[in-house]
Design a protein around this ligand. Sequence first.
Ligand SMILES: CC(C)(COP(=O)(O)OP(=O)(O)OC[C@H]1O[C@@H](n2cnc3c(N)ncnc32)[C@H](O)[C@@H]1OP(=O)(O)O)[C@@H](O)C(=O)NCCC(=O)NCCS
Length: 211
Amino acid sequence: MTDEGPSREGWSRRRSPATDHNACPCGDNPSVSDSLPIDLGDVVLRRVGPQDIGPICDYNALPEMAEYQRWTTTQLRDSVEAQAESDHPGLALWAVVLKAENRVVGDCQITIEDWETRQAVIGYSIHPDYWGRSYGTRAVRTLVDFGFGTMNLHRIFAGTDPRNERSVRLLERIGFRREAHFVEDFLVDGEWVDSYVYAILQKEWSEGADA
Ligand SMILES: CC(C)(COP(=O)(O)OP(=O)(O)OC[C@H]1O[C@@H](n2cnc3c(N)ncnc32)[C@H](O)[C@@H]1OP(=O)(O)O)[C@@H](O)C(=O)NCCC(=O)NCCS
C-alpha cells in the first residue's frame, strides 16, 4: 500500500453515509452513538475522539493490517478524522478500548448506505498485538446487534478481500452469508483484486440469537 497510484475507495473506510435521512430507521432521535459506551467486561466500546485518531491510523497502517485493505494511508487518515468529527446520524465510528491498559486496541464502524431500505455497511479492525482474544468478534457482534436493534436496520453487509481469511472467518462465525464474489473489481497498487460481499438480514440475526 502506498500513498500514490490508483486506488478505489475501500469497502467501509471511505464510505460516505447517505445524506437523505428523512426515512431514518432510528426514529426521532437518530444519533447512532447515543447508546455508547457499551461495556463488554474487559473492553469497552466508545465513540472515537480526536485523541484516538493518531493511534487508530498508526495500527491500521501496520503491514499486517493494511495487507488486504484498499485505502492509502492518506485516505485512511482523512477518513478517520472525518468520521471522528462527524455527528452524522448515519455514521458511527467506535473505539475498542482495553480497560486494563486504557488503550485503543481496535475500531469498528457502521455507515448507513440507504435510509429508505435500511441498509448499512460495517468495517472493523483490531491492533495485531491483540488478535485472537475475541475482541474483533465481540465488537462486530455488538455493532451488528446495535445496527439491528437500536438502528432498526433491515440488512447489514461487509466487503472483504477473499485472501483476508481472518476477516472471512469472523464474518462467517457471527452468521454473515457470502452473497457475492466480485472478480477483479478493485485495482490496488496496479494489481487487480477480488472482493467478497457478506450480508445478514435483521430476521436472520434474530433467528440466530434465538437459536
Ligand atoms: C479480522 C480481525 C478484525 C479479527 O480480529 P480478532 O480480534 O483477532 O478476532 P477474534 O479474536 O475475535 O478471532 C480471531 C481468532 O481467534 C480465536 N479466538 C478468539 N478468542 C480466543 C480465545 N480466547 N482463545 C483462543 N482463540 C480465540 C477465534 O476463534 C478466531 O479463530 P479463527 O480465525 O481461527 O476462526 C483482525 O484480524 C484485523 O483487524 N485484521 C486486519 C483488518 C481487517 O482485515 N479488517 C477487516 C476488513 S474487511
